[in-house]
Design a protein around this ligand. Structure first.
Ligand SMILES: Cc1ncc(COP(=O)(O)OP(=O)(O)O)c(N)n1
Ligand SMILES: Cc1nc(C(=O)O)sc1CCOP(=O)(O)O
Ligand SMILES: [Mg+2]
Length: 210
């Protein structure tokens, strides 16, 4: 079972266009990402199936776990995890579909109540954000750092922090109790796979015991 701590890499179809999806995802895994989320907001189901299968194989090679964004049925077909937002269907239904071992995450924005509900429905982790300005999702609702303190004292689940996370600001999130940082732009907006790997290693090192 993948430990839910460390770097959570999320793919982006624009940043990883032109043949970069697999080499950049592999670089993130090689650098230490433990979870990899496949996030493509297009409605091309055949593309999703193909790309997700390739990413599942990569994750297996690195002992990491693939998470599918938005689509519990695709996750069930591939036997991997899923991340669901508030409009993406029920976490309880996803748990019933994917079984007890699957990693299932839920978006909770800045609302503790949503996280308590997600826990009741069988989520494996809860995600809060956005904590900082995000290139990828500039309009996402904002969350304050203090939310992590509150979440830590009310929830037993691993906490994921997302939204504008960089190597500079991630330590604040980790100090406040984030178990994972989920990152798109600061990881994948890079000129080479080698640079992605370097950044992933630097994120992963922030979680290393001192
Ligand atoms: C780890 C993680 N946290 C939050 C989100 C956002 O999910 P959602 O609100 O459903 O928005 P989209 O990503 O679907 O645009 C996420 N994907 N991953
Ligand atoms: C997909 C997503 N969800 C968010 C939320 O707050 O729920 S922020 C976000 C984008 C994360 O990308 P970046 O690391 O480039 O900011
Ligand atoms: Mg979603």
């Amino acid at each position: 079972m993948t430990p839910l701590r460390g770097l959570y890499a999320i793919t982006d179809s624009q940043l990883l266009a032109g043949g970069r999806l697999l080499p950049y995802a592999e670089a993130a895994l090689n650098g230490g990402a433990r979870l990899l989320q496949y996030r493509d907001k297009s409605s091309d189901d055949a593309l999703h199936q193909r790309e997700a299968e390739a990413l599942r194989e990569l994750c297996e090679r690195y002992g990491a776990t693939l998470i599918i964004n938005d689509d519990a049925e695709l996750a069930a077909r591939l036997g991997v995890g899923v991340h669901l937002g508030q409009g993406d269907g029920s976490l309880a239904a996803a748990r019933a579909l994917l079984g007890g071992q699957a990693i299932i995450g839920g978006t909770c924005h800045a609302r503790l109540g949503l996280a308590l509900q997600a826990a009741k429905e069988g989520a494996s982790y809860v995600a809060f954000g956005r904590f900082f300005e995000s290139h990828t999702k500039p309009g996402a609702p904002t969350a304050a750092l203090e939310l992590l303190d509150q979440a830590k004292s009310h929830l037993q689940l691993p906490l994921v922090a997302i939204g504008g996370v960089t190597l500079d600001n991630a330590p604040q999130l980790i100090t406040r109790g984030a178990d994972m940082v989920a990152v798109v732009h600061a990881l994948f907006a890079a000129d080479s796979a080698a640079e992605v790997e370097r950044r992933a290693r630097a994120f992963a090192a922030l979680f290393a015991p001192h």
